[in-house]
Design a protein around this ligand. Structure first.
Ligand code: ZEM
Length: 288
């Protein structure tokens, strides 16, 4: 391993093959029956998203370049609670492939997680460089789940996304769950939290949702099984007319969701990165 990368001697120019090896090693780590719903995939996707979603297009600060979540204060931001699990998981991969930057590794791992959980191919390219603590972003750049459409627009427009892309990206909540010891919220959004599907949109439209009666933060539960959840920000996607249009488009058409999710997620992972090369890699999934 790492042989290709060092063959050039002196100058380190890893090839697509080298990155595919990293992908394969990440893929192998994801399944684990002792963790959550049997996969680290969701928390790895959340790591890639939180590393990238700090981007501010006006000041050109934040974003995945730098991997500044390695450092306090960013690692301690409330929104990042629980992401140490994903960062620690990827440490072994970094040891095996020391030539890759953390910032490339975290985003590549998120791509691997999406693909391995049945999602679309996400074209990806390398070129991120790790920064230092001085590049940590201020707290408050990631969305606050207790809020609604106005807040979602303020946060995602700051990154450069539009309404359609906000709804497409939110479909990642088909994956994973909320943890009371991380965000304070509790439960999964769908019945298959380790498979990316358009179920999140279908459930938003088809289930009846009511406030959960409990002592935790305000969240919704499905009236029929009381086993699923929605955040106030998730419900805002069906309350707001412009957002709802796209919820309906994706609920009807999984392929459309996959295409538009792949575009938006791929762009999210590239925000603010000064790439030197245009070429993107499409990784082979383990099931290809
Ligand atoms: Zn999430 N997200 N997210 N998200 N997210 C959580 C979990 C996951 C919001 C949010 O506050 C929360 C996007 C957008 C938004 C994932 C991916 C993406 C949790 C639960 C919260 C509270 C954390 C916990 O307790 O473990 C808000 C307000 C968002 C605004 C729209 C986008 C965009 C994502 C990727 C494209 C994923 C995969 C999880 C599940 C993590 C896990 O550990 O299971």
């Amino acid at each position: 391993s790492g042989a290709q990368a060092s063959k050039t001697g002196g100058v380190l120019t890893p090839t697509k093959d080298d990155f595919q090896k990293v992908y394969n090693d990440v893929a192998e780590l994801l399944e684990n029956n002792d963790y959550d719903d049997g996969s680290y995939g969701p928390v790895v996707v959340r790591l890639g998203w939180h590393a990238s979603g700090t981007y501010d297009k006006d000041t050109k600060t934040g974003g995945s370049n730098g991997a500044t979540m390695r450092f306090a204060p960013e690692s301690e931001h409330g929104a990042n609670a629980g992401l140490k699990t994903a960062r620690d998981l990827l440490e072994g991969i970094k040891k095996k492939h020391p030539w890759i930057s953390y910032s490339d590794l975290w985003t590549l791992a998120a791509v691997a997680a999406i693909q391995e959980m049945g999602g679309p191919k996400i074209p990806w390219r390398p070129g991120r460089k790790d920064g230092d603590v001085s590049a940590c972003t201020p707290d408050g750049r990631l969305p606050d789940a207790t809020k609604e459409q106005k807040h979602l627009r303020a946060i995602f427009y700051r990154m450069g996304f539009n309404d359609q892309e906000i709804v497409a990206l939110s479909g990642a909540h088909a994956l994973g769950r909320c943890h009371t010891d991380r965000s304070g919220f509790d439960g999964p959004w769908t019945f298959s939290p380790t498979m990316l599907t358009n179920d999140y949109y279908k459930l938003l439209l088809e289930e009846k949702w009511a406030w959960k009666k409990w002592n935790g933060p305000k969240q919704f539960e499905d009236v029929s099984t009381k086993s699923l959840m929605m955040l106030p920000t998730d419900m805002a996607l069906v309350k707001d007319k412009e957002f709802r249009k796209h919820v309906e488009r994706y609920a009807k058409d999984n392929d459309l969701f996959f295409r538009e999710f792949a575009d938006a997620f791929g762009r999210l992972l590239e925000l603010g990165v000064p790439f030197e090369k245009e070429e993107k890699f499409v990784f082979k999934s383990t099931t290809d």
